[in-house]
Design a binder for this molecule. Sequence first.
Ligand SMILES: Cc1cc2nc3c(=O)[nH]c(=O)nc-3n(C[C@H](O)[C@H](O)[C@H](O)COP(=O)(O)OP(=O)(O)OC[C@H]3O[C@@H](n4cnc5c(N)ncnc54)[C@H](O)[C@@H]3O)c2cc1C
Length: 442
Amino acid sequence: MEKQDLVVIGAGTAGAVAAAEAAKKGLKVCLVDVKAKGLIGQKVCGDAIAKHHFDNLNMKYPSGDEFEHEMVGIHVISPNRETSLSIRGEGVTGFVINRHRFGQRLVKEALDAGATLLDETRVIGPLIRDGCVAGIEAEQGDKGKVEIDASITVDAGGYSGVIRSKLPHAFGIEPTIKSEDMIVAYREIRSDVEWSSDLGEICLSQQSAPGGYYWIFDKGNGKVNVGLGIQMAGSHPNPKEQLYKHVLSQTPFKGSRMREGGGGIVPTRRPIDSLVSNGVMFVGDAACLVNPIHGGGIGPSMLSGKLAVETALEALEKGDASRGGLWQYNVKYMQSYGAKQASLDIFRLLLQVISDDDLNFSMKNRLVREEDVLWTSLMGDLRLSTKDKVERVLKGAGRPGLLMKMEKTASKMRKIKALYQTYPSLHEFDAWKQKVASIYKS
Ligand SMILES: Cc1cc2nc3c(=O)[nH]c(=O)nc-3n(C[C@H](O)[C@H](O)[C@H](O)COP(=O)(O)OP(=O)(O)OC[C@H]3O[C@@H](n4cnc5c(N)ncnc54)[C@H](O)[C@@H]3O)c2cc1C
Protein backbone atom coordinates (compact mmCIF):
# COMPACT_ATOMS: atom_id res chain seq x y z
CA MET A 1 0.00 0.00 0.00
CA GLU A 2 1.26 3.51 -0.79
CA LYS A 3 2.26 5.77 2.09
CA GLN A 4 -0.73 7.21 3.99
CA ASP A 5 -1.15 10.60 5.62
CA LEU A 6 -2.83 8.83 8.53
CA VAL A 7 -3.06 5.21 9.57
CA VAL A 8 -5.71 4.69 12.24
CA ILE A 9 -5.56 1.57 14.41
CA GLY A 10 -9.06 0.47 15.42
CA ALA A 11 -12.40 1.32 13.82
CA GLY A 12 -14.24 1.79 17.13
CA THR A 13 -15.93 5.10 17.93
CA ALA A 14 -12.62 7.00 18.29
CA GLY A 15 -10.96 5.58 15.18
CA ALA A 16 -13.98 5.74 12.88
CA VAL A 17 -14.63 9.40 13.74
CA ALA A 18 -10.93 10.24 13.29
CA ALA A 19 -10.84 8.48 9.90
CA ALA A 20 -14.05 10.18 8.73
CA GLU A 21 -12.83 13.64 9.77
CA ALA A 22 -9.46 13.09 8.10
CA ALA A 23 -10.94 11.73 4.87
CA LYS A 24 -13.44 14.62 4.70
CA LYS A 25 -10.49 17.01 4.82
CA GLY A 26 -8.91 15.21 1.86
CA LEU A 27 -6.25 13.23 3.75
CA LYS A 28 -5.20 9.78 2.58
CA VAL A 29 -6.29 7.60 5.49
CA CYS A 30 -6.25 3.88 6.18
CA LEU A 31 -8.38 2.43 8.97
CA VAL A 32 -7.22 -0.96 10.30
CA ASP A 33 -9.29 -3.29 12.48
CA VAL A 34 -8.86 -6.85 13.64
CA LYS A 35 -12.60 -7.45 13.23
CA ALA A 36 -14.38 -8.30 10.00
CA LYS A 37 -16.12 -5.22 8.57
CA GLY A 38 -19.63 -6.42 9.46
CA LEU A 39 -18.70 -6.99 13.11
CA ILE A 40 -17.20 -3.56 13.74
CA GLY A 41 -19.14 -1.79 16.48
CA GLN A 42 -20.00 -4.99 18.32
CA LYS A 43 -18.71 -4.28 21.80
CA VAL A 44 -19.75 -5.16 25.33
CA CYS A 45 -21.00 -1.80 26.57
CA GLY A 46 -23.73 -0.12 28.63
CA ASP A 47 -24.94 1.38 25.31
CA ALA A 48 -25.78 4.73 26.92
CA ILE A 49 -24.65 8.07 25.56
CA ALA A 50 -25.64 11.60 26.51
CA LYS A 51 -27.22 13.86 23.91
CA HIS A 52 -24.75 16.71 24.49
CA HIS A 53 -21.94 14.70 22.88
CA PHE A 54 -23.87 14.69 19.59
CA ASP A 55 -24.59 18.41 19.92
CA ASN A 56 -20.92 19.25 20.62
CA LEU A 57 -19.74 17.21 17.67
CA ASN A 58 -22.52 18.38 15.37
CA MET A 59 -23.50 14.76 14.77
CA LYS A 60 -26.87 13.30 13.86
CA TYR A 61 -28.71 11.78 16.86
CA PRO A 62 -29.13 7.99 16.78
CA SER A 63 -32.27 7.09 14.85
CA GLY A 64 -33.86 4.10 13.12
CA ASP A 65 -32.33 0.80 14.19
CA GLU A 66 -29.45 2.57 16.02
CA PHE A 67 -31.90 4.05 18.53
CA GLU A 68 -33.38 1.81 21.22
CA HIS A 69 -34.62 4.03 24.05
CA GLU A 70 -34.48 7.54 25.39
CA MET A 71 -32.96 8.22 28.80
CA VAL A 72 -33.96 11.39 30.62
CA GLY A 73 -31.67 10.96 33.60
CA ILE A 74 -30.11 8.64 36.15
CA HIS A 75 -31.51 7.06 39.27
CA VAL A 76 -28.67 6.55 41.78
CA ILE A 77 -29.55 3.91 44.38
CA SER A 78 -27.87 3.62 47.79
CA PRO A 79 -25.99 0.37 48.54
CA ASN A 80 -28.79 -0.89 50.82
CA ARG A 81 -31.32 0.15 48.12
CA GLU A 82 -33.26 2.20 50.72
CA THR A 83 -32.60 5.67 49.29
CA SER A 84 -32.27 7.03 45.79
CA LEU A 85 -31.47 10.23 43.93
CA SER A 86 -33.21 10.96 40.63
CA ILE A 87 -30.92 13.12 38.55
CA ARG A 88 -32.48 14.71 35.51
CA GLY A 89 -31.39 17.50 33.23
CA GLU A 90 -29.58 18.55 30.09
CA GLY A 91 -26.26 16.82 30.80
CA VAL A 92 -27.76 13.43 31.65
CA THR A 93 -30.40 13.22 28.94
CA GLY A 94 -29.45 10.81 26.20
CA PHE A 95 -29.95 7.60 24.32
CA VAL A 96 -29.63 3.88 24.80
CA ILE A 97 -28.30 2.73 21.45
CA ASN A 98 -27.79 -0.40 19.44
CA ARG A 99 -24.00 -0.32 19.69
CA HIS A 100 -23.39 -2.51 16.65
CA ARG A 101 -25.61 -0.44 14.34
CA PHE A 102 -24.10 2.79 15.67
CA GLY A 103 -20.56 1.50 15.06
CA GLN A 104 -21.54 0.47 11.54
CA ARG A 105 -22.87 4.00 10.87
CA LEU A 106 -19.57 5.56 11.93
CA VAL A 107 -17.50 3.21 9.77
CA LYS A 108 -19.77 3.83 6.79
CA GLU A 109 -19.29 7.57 7.23
CA ALA A 110 -15.51 7.10 7.18
CA LEU A 111 -15.62 4.92 4.06
CA ASP A 112 -18.10 7.21 2.28
CA ALA A 113 -15.71 10.10 2.96
CA GLY A 114 -12.90 8.21 1.24
CA ALA A 115 -11.03 6.30 3.97
CA THR A 116 -9.74 2.81 3.14
CA LEU A 117 -10.55 -0.06 5.53
CA LEU A 118 -8.24 -3.01 6.14
CA ASP A 119 -10.42 -5.33 8.20
CA GLU A 120 -9.43 -8.69 9.74
CA THR A 121 -6.00 -7.15 10.20
CA ARG A 122 -4.30 -7.26 13.60
CA VAL A 123 -1.80 -4.50 14.33
CA ILE A 124 1.25 -5.90 16.09
CA GLY A 125 3.16 -2.72 16.78
CA PRO A 126 4.64 0.52 15.46
CA LEU A 127 7.24 0.93 12.74
CA ILE A 128 9.91 3.20 14.17
CA ARG A 129 12.41 5.10 12.04
CA ASP A 130 14.76 7.88 13.16
CA GLY A 131 13.06 8.21 16.56
CA CYS A 132 9.62 8.65 15.02
CA VAL A 133 6.61 6.36 14.56
CA ALA A 134 6.51 5.84 10.78
CA GLY A 135 3.48 3.55 10.49
CA ILE A 136 2.45 0.10 11.67
CA GLU A 137 3.23 -3.56 11.33
CA ALA A 138 0.21 -5.87 11.13
CA GLU A 139 -0.84 -9.46 10.45
CA GLN A 140 -3.53 -10.51 7.98
CA GLY A 141 -4.25 -14.14 8.85
CA ASP A 142 -2.92 -16.50 6.16
CA LYS A 143 -1.71 -13.57 4.06
CA GLY A 144 1.02 -12.90 6.61
CA LYS A 145 2.57 -9.63 7.69
CA VAL A 146 1.94 -6.24 6.19
CA GLU A 147 3.58 -2.87 6.83
CA ILE A 148 1.78 0.43 6.34
CA ASP A 149 3.86 3.60 6.18
CA ALA A 150 2.15 6.78 7.36
CA SER A 151 3.10 10.34 8.23
CA ILE A 152 0.99 10.09 11.40
CA THR A 153 -0.20 6.97 13.24
CA VAL A 154 -3.38 7.31 15.34
CA ASP A 155 -3.80 4.67 18.02
CA ALA A 156 -7.53 4.10 18.51
CA GLY A 157 -7.09 0.42 19.36
CA GLY A 158 -8.69 0.54 22.81
CA TYR A 159 -7.41 0.07 26.37
CA SER A 160 -4.80 -2.62 25.61
CA GLY A 161 -2.52 0.02 24.04
CA VAL A 162 -0.98 -1.92 21.15
CA ILE A 163 1.27 1.05 20.28
CA ARG A 164 1.58 2.69 23.70
CA SER A 165 3.00 -0.46 25.28
CA LYS A 166 5.61 -0.91 22.53
CA LEU A 167 7.17 2.53 22.31
CA PRO A 168 10.73 3.02 23.56
CA HIS A 169 11.08 5.04 26.78
CA ALA A 170 12.39 8.09 24.86
CA PHE A 171 8.89 8.68 23.38
CA GLY A 172 7.76 9.73 26.88
CA ILE A 173 4.46 7.78 26.80
CA GLU A 174 3.25 5.74 29.80
CA PRO A 175 3.51 2.14 28.54
CA THR A 176 1.06 0.51 30.98
CA ILE A 177 -2.05 1.38 32.92
CA LYS A 178 -2.24 0.24 36.55
CA SER A 179 -4.84 -2.48 37.00
CA GLU A 180 -6.48 -0.62 39.91
CA ASP A 181 -7.21 2.18 37.42
CA MET A 182 -9.36 -0.19 35.38
CA ILE A 183 -12.81 -1.66 35.83
CA VAL A 184 -13.59 -5.20 34.74
CA ALA A 185 -17.24 -5.63 33.88
CA TYR A 186 -19.72 -8.30 32.90
CA ARG A 187 -22.87 -7.32 31.02
CA GLU A 188 -25.96 -9.01 29.60
CA ILE A 189 -28.74 -7.94 27.28
CA ARG A 190 -31.87 -9.61 28.68
CA SER A 191 -35.42 -9.72 27.42
CA ASP A 192 -38.73 -10.38 29.20
CA VAL A 193 -37.66 -8.24 32.15
CA GLU A 194 -40.34 -6.59 34.28
CA TRP A 195 -38.72 -3.20 33.80
CA SER A 196 -39.72 0.07 32.26
CA SER A 197 -37.96 3.32 33.07
CA ASP A 198 -36.72 6.37 31.26
CA LEU A 199 -34.09 6.76 34.00
CA GLY A 200 -30.96 4.63 33.90
CA GLU A 201 -30.43 2.89 37.24
CA ILE A 202 -27.01 2.86 38.90
CA CYS A 203 -26.19 1.35 42.28
CA LEU A 204 -22.86 1.97 44.00
CA SER A 205 -22.07 -0.79 46.44
CA GLN A 206 -18.78 -2.06 47.80
CA GLN A 207 -20.43 -5.33 48.71
CA SER A 208 -21.77 -6.22 45.27
CA ALA A 209 -19.50 -4.13 43.02
CA PRO A 210 -16.31 -3.19 44.92
CA GLY A 211 -14.86 0.05 43.50
CA GLY A 212 -17.48 0.10 40.73
CA TYR A 213 -21.25 -0.12 40.35
CA TYR A 214 -24.02 -2.05 38.70
CA TRP A 215 -26.42 -0.63 36.15
CA ILE A 216 -29.79 -1.38 34.55
CA PHE A 217 -30.59 0.55 31.35
CA ASP A 218 -33.94 0.10 29.65
CA LYS A 219 -33.80 -0.80 25.95
CA GLY A 220 -37.58 -0.82 25.54
CA ASN A 221 -40.21 -3.59 25.33
CA GLY A 222 -38.92 -5.54 28.34
CA LYS A 223 -35.33 -5.60 27.08
CA VAL A 224 -32.55 -4.21 29.31
CA ASN A 225 -28.80 -3.77 29.33
CA VAL A 226 -27.68 -4.91 32.78
CA GLY A 227 -24.11 -5.13 33.99
CA LEU A 228 -21.73 -4.88 36.89
CA GLY A 229 -18.19 -3.46 37.02
CA ILE A 230 -15.52 -4.03 39.66
CA GLN A 231 -12.22 -2.22 40.26
CA MET A 232 -9.36 -4.51 39.15
CA ALA A 233 -7.58 -4.28 42.49
CA GLY A 234 -6.10 -7.27 44.31
CA SER A 235 -8.06 -10.51 44.23
CA HIS A 236 -11.33 -8.89 43.25
CA PRO A 237 -14.51 -10.98 42.91
CA ASN A 238 -15.79 -12.18 39.53
CA PRO A 239 -18.22 -9.59 38.06
CA LYS A 240 -20.40 -12.24 36.40
CA GLU A 241 -20.88 -14.10 39.68
CA GLN A 242 -21.63 -10.80 41.46
CA LEU A 243 -24.16 -9.80 38.78
CA TYR A 244 -26.02 -13.10 39.11
CA LYS A 245 -25.90 -13.07 42.90
CA HIS A 246 -26.83 -9.45 43.60
CA VAL A 247 -28.72 -8.16 40.56
CA LEU A 248 -30.23 -10.89 38.39
CA SER A 249 -31.66 -12.44 41.56
CA GLN A 250 -33.90 -9.35 41.95
CA THR A 251 -37.62 -9.70 41.21
CA PRO A 252 -37.75 -7.92 37.80
CA PHE A 253 -35.39 -10.54 36.32
CA LYS A 254 -37.41 -13.59 37.35
CA GLY A 255 -38.35 -15.39 34.12
CA SER A 256 -36.16 -13.12 31.97
CA ARG A 257 -33.94 -14.48 29.18
CA MET A 258 -30.35 -13.75 28.26
CA ARG A 259 -29.86 -12.54 24.67
CA GLU A 260 -26.16 -11.65 24.82
CA GLY A 261 -23.51 -11.80 27.52
CA GLY A 262 -19.87 -10.86 27.78
CA GLY A 263 -17.11 -9.06 29.61
CA GLY A 264 -15.04 -5.96 29.00
CA ILE A 265 -12.48 -3.64 30.53
CA VAL A 266 -12.73 0.13 30.97
CA PRO A 267 -9.82 2.39 31.90
CA THR A 268 -11.24 4.80 34.50
CA ARG A 269 -8.51 7.29 35.31
CA ARG A 270 -7.25 10.66 34.13
CA PRO A 271 -6.00 10.89 30.53
CA ILE A 272 -2.45 9.67 29.89
CA ASP A 273 -0.16 12.64 30.56
CA SER A 274 0.61 13.32 26.89
CA LEU A 275 -1.62 12.17 24.05
CA VAL A 276 1.12 12.59 21.44
CA SER A 277 4.71 11.75 20.65
CA ASN A 278 6.83 11.77 17.49
CA GLY A 279 4.57 10.69 14.62
CA VAL A 280 1.86 9.27 16.87
CA MET A 281 -1.41 10.36 18.52
CA PHE A 282 -3.61 8.51 21.02
CA VAL A 283 -7.41 8.72 21.08
CA GLY A 284 -10.27 7.08 22.97
CA ASP A 285 -9.59 4.24 25.41
CA ALA A 286 -6.02 3.92 24.09
CA ALA A 287 -5.42 7.28 25.81
CA CYS A 288 -7.67 6.52 28.83
CA LEU A 289 -10.28 9.12 27.86
CA VAL A 290 -13.24 7.68 29.76
CA ASN A 291 -15.31 9.51 32.37
CA PRO A 292 -13.87 7.96 35.58
CA ILE A 293 -17.15 8.14 37.50
CA HIS A 294 -19.68 6.54 35.18
CA GLY A 295 -17.35 4.88 32.65
CA GLY A 296 -18.87 6.70 29.68
CA GLY A 297 -16.22 6.72 26.97
CA ILE A 298 -18.10 6.86 23.66
CA GLY A 299 -18.54 10.66 23.70
CA PRO A 300 -14.96 11.54 24.73
CA SER A 301 -13.55 8.98 22.28
CA MET A 302 -15.36 10.65 19.37
CA LEU A 303 -14.33 14.11 20.58
CA SER A 304 -10.69 13.00 20.78
CA GLY A 305 -10.83 11.58 17.24
CA LYS A 306 -12.07 14.91 15.94
CA LEU A 307 -9.59 17.07 17.87
CA ALA A 308 -6.65 14.81 16.99
CA VAL A 309 -7.40 15.20 13.28
CA GLU A 310 -7.67 19.01 13.55
CA THR A 311 -4.10 19.09 14.87
CA ALA A 312 -2.87 16.38 12.48
CA LEU A 313 -4.02 18.52 9.54
CA GLU A 314 -2.08 21.54 10.77
CA ALA A 315 0.99 19.39 11.43
CA LEU A 316 0.88 17.87 7.94
CA GLU A 317 0.49 21.30 6.35
CA LYS A 318 3.60 22.46 8.22
CA GLY A 319 5.42 19.19 7.51
CA ASP A 320 6.04 18.73 11.24
CA ALA A 321 4.60 15.55 12.77
CA SER A 322 7.04 15.63 15.68
CA ARG A 323 5.90 15.61 19.31
CA GLY A 324 6.06 19.43 19.27
CA GLY A 325 4.17 19.63 15.98
CA LEU A 326 1.31 17.52 17.40
CA TRP A 327 1.31 19.10 20.88
CA GLN A 328 -1.70 21.35 20.31
CA TYR A 329 -3.99 18.30 20.43
CA ASN A 330 -2.97 17.83 24.08
CA VAL A 331 -3.88 21.40 24.89
CA LYS A 332 -7.23 21.25 23.07
CA TYR A 333 -8.31 17.93 24.58
CA MET A 334 -7.24 18.71 28.14
CA GLN A 335 -9.02 22.06 28.07
CA SER A 336 -12.22 20.75 26.53
CA TYR A 337 -12.71 17.49 28.48
CA GLY A 338 -9.45 16.30 30.10
CA ALA A 339 -9.55 18.84 32.94
CA LYS A 340 -13.00 17.71 34.04
CA GLN A 341 -11.99 14.08 33.61
CA ALA A 342 -8.88 14.49 35.78
CA SER A 343 -10.92 16.18 38.48
CA LEU A 344 -13.51 13.38 38.40
CA ASP A 345 -10.65 10.90 38.67
CA ILE A 346 -9.85 12.33 42.11
CA PHE A 347 -13.53 11.95 43.03
CA ARG A 348 -13.43 8.35 41.74
CA LEU A 349 -10.60 7.59 44.18
CA LEU A 350 -12.84 8.76 47.06
CA LEU A 351 -15.84 6.76 45.85
CA GLN A 352 -13.71 3.63 45.58
CA VAL A 353 -12.84 3.72 49.29
CA ILE A 354 -16.04 5.08 50.77
CA SER A 355 -17.86 2.42 52.79
CA ASP A 356 -21.40 1.29 52.04
CA ASP A 357 -22.32 2.43 55.53
CA ASP A 358 -21.05 5.99 54.89
CA LEU A 359 -22.79 6.10 51.52
CA ASN A 360 -26.10 4.83 52.94
CA PHE A 361 -25.83 7.42 55.71
CA SER A 362 -24.98 10.32 53.36
CA MET A 363 -27.79 9.52 50.96
CA LYS A 364 -30.36 8.88 53.70
CA ASN A 365 -29.54 12.22 55.38
CA ARG A 366 -29.51 14.00 52.02
CA LEU A 367 -25.96 15.23 52.53
CA VAL A 368 -25.57 14.85 48.79
CA ARG A 369 -28.47 16.13 46.73
CA GLU A 370 -29.51 15.63 43.12
CA GLU A 371 -28.27 19.03 42.01
CA ASP A 372 -24.87 18.39 43.61
CA VAL A 373 -24.40 15.11 41.75
CA LEU A 374 -25.44 16.75 38.48
CA TRP A 375 -23.11 19.70 39.05
CA THR A 376 -20.19 17.46 39.99
CA SER A 377 -20.61 15.22 36.95
CA LEU A 378 -21.02 18.16 34.54
CA MET A 379 -18.44 20.54 35.92
CA GLY A 380 -15.95 18.27 37.68
CA ASP A 381 -16.29 20.22 40.97
CA LEU A 382 -17.38 18.51 44.15
CA ARG A 383 -20.15 20.85 45.26
CA LEU A 384 -22.11 20.41 48.46
CA SER A 385 -24.98 22.89 48.38
CA THR A 386 -25.77 21.95 51.98
CA LYS A 387 -22.20 22.34 53.26
CA ASP A 388 -23.27 23.65 56.71
CA LYS A 389 -25.69 20.80 57.10
CA VAL A 390 -23.07 18.28 55.99
CA GLU A 391 -20.66 19.54 58.65
CA ARG A 392 -23.29 19.56 61.37
CA VAL A 393 -24.70 16.13 60.59
CA LEU A 394 -21.36 14.38 60.08
CA LYS A 395 -19.90 15.85 63.25
CA GLY A 396 -23.10 15.09 65.16
CA ALA A 397 -23.06 11.50 63.90
CA GLY A 398 -19.43 11.00 64.92
CA ARG A 399 -18.21 10.77 61.29
CA PRO A 400 -15.64 13.58 61.12
CA GLY A 401 -13.36 11.28 59.06
CA LEU A 402 -15.83 11.30 56.16
CA LEU A 403 -16.11 15.08 56.32
CA MET A 404 -12.32 15.43 56.18
CA LYS A 405 -12.11 13.05 53.21
CA MET A 406 -14.79 15.03 51.35
CA GLU A 407 -13.07 18.36 52.00
CA LYS A 408 -9.66 17.03 50.98
CA THR A 409 -11.13 15.52 47.82
CA ALA A 410 -12.89 18.79 46.87
CA SER A 411 -9.64 20.72 47.31
CA LYS A 412 -7.59 18.23 45.26
CA MET A 413 -10.24 18.27 42.52
CA ARG A 414 -9.97 22.05 42.22
CA LYS A 415 -6.17 21.90 42.07
CA ILE A 416 -5.97 19.18 39.45
CA LYS A 417 -8.62 20.79 37.29
CA ALA A 418 -6.71 24.09 37.33
CA LEU A 419 -3.51 22.26 36.30
CA TYR A 420 -5.18 20.56 33.35
CA GLN A 421 -6.91 23.76 32.29
CA THR A 422 -3.46 25.34 31.99
CA TYR A 423 -1.88 22.37 30.22
CA PRO A 424 1.80 23.24 29.64
CA SER A 425 3.97 23.75 26.59
CA LEU A 426 6.28 20.87 25.69
CA HIS A 427 9.11 22.80 27.35
CA GLU A 428 7.27 22.92 30.72
CA PHE A 429 5.82 19.40 30.52
CA ASP A 430 8.16 17.61 32.96
CA ALA A 431 7.56 20.20 35.70
CA TRP A 432 3.80 19.96 35.10
CA LYS A 433 3.88 16.16 35.40
CA GLN A 434 5.62 16.47 38.75
CA LYS A 435 2.90 18.84 40.00
CA VAL A 436 0.20 16.37 38.89
CA ALA A 437 1.99 13.49 40.62
CA SER A 438 2.37 15.48 43.84
CA ILE A 439 -1.37 16.20 43.99
CA TYR A 440 -2.11 12.50 43.56
CA LYS A 441 0.39 11.60 46.30
CA SER A 442 -0.89 14.22 48.79
C1 LIG B 1 -18.78 -3.10 30.02
C2 LIG B 1 -18.62 -1.72 29.45
C3 LIG B 1 -19.66 -0.83 29.52
C4 LIG B 1 -19.51 0.44 28.97
N1 LIG B 1 -20.61 1.28 28.97
C5 LIG B 1 -20.52 2.47 28.35
C6 LIG B 1 -21.68 3.29 28.21
O1 LIG B 1 -22.81 2.93 28.57
N2 LIG B 1 -21.52 4.50 27.61
C7 LIG B 1 -20.31 4.93 27.14
O2 LIG B 1 -20.23 6.06 26.63
N3 LIG B 1 -19.22 4.17 27.26
C8 LIG B 1 -19.28 2.93 27.82
N4 LIG B 1 -18.19 2.13 27.89
C9 LIG B 1 -16.89 2.64 27.39
C10 LIG B 1 -16.87 2.69 25.88
O3 LIG B 1 -17.34 1.49 25.35
C11 LIG B 1 -15.45 3.00 25.39
O4 LIG B 1 -14.91 4.06 26.13
C12 LIG B 1 -15.45 3.36 23.91
O5 LIG B 1 -15.96 2.29 23.17
C13 LIG B 1 -14.03 3.67 23.47
O6 LIG B 1 -13.96 3.68 22.08
P1 LIG B 1 -12.59 3.39 21.34
O7 LIG B 1 -12.86 3.61 19.90
O8 LIG B 1 -11.49 4.13 21.99
O9 LIG B 1 -12.28 1.87 21.63
P2 LIG B 1 -13.08 0.57 21.19
O10 LIG B 1 -14.52 0.85 21.01
O11 LIG B 1 -12.66 -0.49 22.13
O12 LIG B 1 -12.52 0.23 19.72
C14 LIG B 1 -11.24 -0.28 19.53
C15 LIG B 1 -11.20 -0.95 18.16
O13 LIG B 1 -9.87 -1.35 17.91
C16 LIG B 1 -9.85 -2.66 17.40
N5 LIG B 1 -8.56 -3.24 17.80
C17 LIG B 1 -8.11 -3.51 19.04
N6 LIG B 1 -6.86 -4.00 19.01
C18 LIG B 1 -6.51 -4.03 17.70
C19 LIG B 1 -5.33 -4.45 17.02
N7 LIG B 1 -4.27 -4.93 17.67
N8 LIG B 1 -5.32 -4.37 15.67
C20 LIG B 1 -6.39 -3.90 14.98
N9 LIG B 1 -7.53 -3.50 15.58
C21 LIG B 1 -7.58 -3.56 16.92
C22 LIG B 1 -11.06 -3.33 18.04
O14 LIG B 1 -11.51 -4.43 17.26
C23 LIG B 1 -12.07 -2.19 18.09
O15 LIG B 1 -12.87 -2.15 16.91
C24 LIG B 1 -18.29 0.84 28.40
C25 LIG B 1 -17.23 -0.06 28.31
C26 LIG B 1 -17.40 -1.35 28.82
C27 LIG B 1 -16.26 -2.32 28.71
